[in-house]
Design a binder for this molecule. Structure first.
Ligand SMILES: Nc1nc2c(c(=O)[nH]1)N[C@H]1C(S)=C(S)[C@@H](COP(=O)(O)O)O[C@H]1N2
Ligand SMILES: [Mo]
Length: 447
């Protein structure tokens, strides 16, 4: 118990020195003082131009701005359960999924929407902002009538209801999902106006809950000659992909939940295959059928689509693993820095091959690099948030990030990538992304 007024306690906790982003970071201990000095921040925290000094001489006014009491503090707020399923603040109405600026999706059904990465914090994508990619729209599936069939090279062909599946021992894992067509706008001459959402928004990350596929396959009994598995969706595209049996028995999930609630219809309700680290296309949504076979099934999505052009103009099939990539989300194209001074660079790094071990950041167009701080926990095949302090001197700057993953792979420059890929590849563009900061503070895409 304390007889102190809680407001006084709060006041007591505030440090005597001026508040600001840099002093917060230094207090958190995430970034050492030496790191700040290394970033050109060996200056008194008071020089950081965030917030402003408050003078007790400021008088009350009729506005909502302190020290006046705002309107919303003078009357009771909205009752609870308005609405029963909570929504973001109406002031966040611009934080939405959308198609790529300037690009018209081919049809309303075979289409996509992009996650607003520039507006998100941490690594989790809220369910209403998870990117979408549908080959034939979103089916309206009655979970009572949904079944999963397992057949082909198995000892016992089986059929499961949703209830059957949710009674198996379950697991929850944090993983990113990325369409292999993500980042494709940067294969050609970079369009300055494209934002991180436009270029890299076919990327999301969630906590997925479900049954390890290996557990369910064991019920059916995989025959030794089964080397591949066909996965089919219950949408009218009947999307099908062939999956090597090793992956099916490794970390594949039959997922029914996303960030704590059942899958959204757009994400495959009531059941999707989830293949951590592999191109989004293989995580078949609205999953209804798994057929075990001795060879790949050579479906449309692995012959006509989702193949890659190599420098010698041959075509490579089955490009499963999403290579390591990173991107700065703040500041990024479309942002405008109001004034020179301190600015925390922040972004996302990930690898379909394992964990992020290092992210380096450059503010001088790749001439020099320094290490960014990685937010714990660092999870396998999951987004990792990185941060680096920076002091913008008001001149032109080019910002870039470069990730190294647990396999030792280093994210390539566009030039290095084009030595192993043809520019017509379209898929799997994991080249380093650069943003140009003009002296006006305007940030644009530099490819
Ligand atoms: N049945 C079915 N599964 C599908 C698709 C589809 O159109 N139908 N799209 C695939 C593609 S190309 C991607 S990138 C991911 C997208 O998943 P999301 O919409 O949950 O982000 O789902 C994959 N699974
Ligand atoms: Mo995709």
């Amino acid at each position: 118990m304390t007889d102190k007024d809680p407001r006084e306690l709060q006041f007591e906790e505030s440090p005597a020195r001026p508040r600001g982003i840099a002093s917060d970071i230094a207090r958190r201990g995430d970034i050492t003082r030496r790191g700040l000095i290394g970033a050109g921040l060996g200056v008194a925290a008071s020089a950081v131009p965030t917030g402003r000094a408050f003078s007790a001489a400021e008088t009350e006014s009729d506005s909502n701005l302190p020290p006046a009491v705002p309107q919303w503090q003078k009357e009771p707020g909205a009752p609870i359960l308005t609405p029963p399923y909570g929504l973001p603040s109406p002031h966040e109405a611009t934080v939405v999924r959308r198609p790529r600026a300037g690009a018209k999706p081919p049809t309303d059904l075979a289409t996509y929407s992009l996650t607003p990465l520039q507006d998100l914090h941490g690594v989790i994508t809220p369910n209403g902002l998870h990117y979408e990619r549908h080959h034939a729209g979103v089916p309206d599936i009655d979970p009572e009538q949904h079944r999963l069939i397992i057949h082909g090279l198995v000892d016992r062909p089986m059929i499961f209801t949703m209830e059957d599946l949710t009674r198996f021992p379950s697991v929850s894992r944090f993983h990113f999902l990325e369409c292999s067509g993500n980042s494709s706008p940067n294969w050609t001459a970079p369009k300055p106006e494209l934002t991180v959402q436009d270029i890299h928004g076919l990327l999301s990350c969630a906590e997925w809950t479900g049954v390890p596929l290996a557990t369910v396959l064991a019920e059916a009994g995989v025959r030794p000659e089964a080397k591949w598995m066909l996965a089919e969706g219950a949408d009218s595209a009947a999307m099908t992909r062939s999956i090597p049996i090793e992956k099916a028995l490794d970390d594949a999930l039959l997922a029914y939940s996303q960030n704590g609630e059942r899958l959204r219809p757009e994400q495959g309700y009531p059941l999707r295959l989830f293949l951590p680290g592999w191109e989004g296309n293989t995580s078949v949504k609205w999953l209804r059928r798994l057929k075990l076979g001795a060879a790949p099934f050579e479906t449309r999505e692995e012959t006509s689509k989702y193949t890659m052009v190599m420098p010698d103009h041959t075509i490579r099939q089955f490009n499963f693993v999403m290579e390591a990539k990173s991107v700065i989300t703040f500041p990024s194209s479309g942002h405008r820095l109001a004034a020179p001074g301190f600015c925390e660079i922040s972004g996302l790094a990930w690898s379909g091959a394992g964990k992020v071990v290092r992210v380096e950041v450059s503010t001088d167009d790749g001439r020099s690099w320094r290490e960014a701080a990685l937010q714990e926990p660092i999870m396998t095949k999951c987004l990792t948030r990185f941060r680096a302090p920076w002091r913008w001197d008001g001149g032109e700057a080019v910002l870039a990030s470069r990730v190294t993953d647990s396999s030792g792979y280093v994210q390539p420059s566009r030039e290095a990538l084009l030595k192993v890929r043809d520019v017509r590849s379209y898929y799997h563009n994991n080249a380093i992304q650069s943003w140009r900061v003009a002296s006006s503070g305007a940030v644009t895409n530099a490819g």
